[in-house]
Design a binder for this molecule. Sequence first.
Ligand SMILES: C[S@@+](CC[C@H](N)C(=O)[O-])C[C@H]1O[C@@H](n2cnc3c(N)ncnc32)[C@H](O)[C@@H]1O
Length: 327
Amino acid sequence: MHVPVMLAEVIERLAVPVGGICIDGTSGGGGHTAELLARVGAHGRVLAIDQDADAVARLRARFSTQPACVVVHGSFAEMAEIAARHGVVAADGILLDLGVSSDQLDTPERGFSFMRDGPLDMRMNRSAETTAEAIVNTWSAAALTDALRVYGEEPRAARVARAVERARAEKRLTGTLELAEIVSRALGGRRGPTHPATRTFQALRMAVNREMESLETGLEAGIALLKPGGRMAVITFHSIEDRAVKSRFAAHVGRWESLQQGGQVWRGETPALGRITRKPVVADGAEVEANPRARSAKLRVVERLGGNESHVSGDAGARGRESQDGG
Ligand SMILES: C[S@@+](CC[C@H](N)C(=O)[O-])C[C@H]1O[C@@H](n2cnc3c(N)ncnc32)[C@H](O)[C@@H]1O
């Protein structure tokens, strides 16, 4: 079962009030959701969203005795519509814990893992059209190269794309181990601790699930749904996601800009946010040892400022909570 990453760090920084309303946009195995439910109590509410129907079925079973928990099958990119449908106008706490769950990775038929044989699927939402198989067999070498470079940060993206193109000319590619072997051979085999297909599989998963598009939409939707004083926490697992979160949050945190004629003007998107974490929080050594998935996790948390803060550029202090991660 999926072990939630940085559970204590997330809960402490989200600091949701008793009776509060939360949205867990990536409920997965329900580890963070369970703790949010404990915090808001029986009079609060947690909307637990996941786009994976298998996860949703397990979440419904797990939280069936807790009426404060509403489990919803959908994407966090549709958070605004989902919230409206469930009568949620604004939230005290929102969490996005990105990427795949251990439950997904450890189920070979889902096709996420290059360690076990399975179909090249990789869809989190199995009613979506595009599979990894469709991408590797139909995208041009240029499009594959782009995806591998942008989503996988694969330095030898063109070489991998050409190898895929050559292999599929012989026969349609259908299996995870088959693809992992093609990539591994193209890159000269395994040299370090990381499997050579790691970046390719990450890139394909992100392309299949349109993860960056969902993230951009979900971040904006979440920010717009926060109550004044409400907080949003995002856990990312690689730099492309973290950069997107950092820059979206920064746009709402805003900055002062000097004017040519003298004086300064405030530039920032609304609603205005304050940072609860100045630098991303990372898992401590004990957690990384117990759960290697936590190694690359980065947590950023912001708070929606209340009232007229167009002059505020520092950390948020609403609801009397202090910034906890200085420096
Ligand atoms: C890292 S796991 C979350 C684990 C969860 N926090 C826990 O404690 O068990 C990520 C989950 O988010 C889901 N997911 C990823 N992108 C999503 C999206 N755009 N909308 C809804 N769920 C998404 C995945 O299906 C997966 O179950």
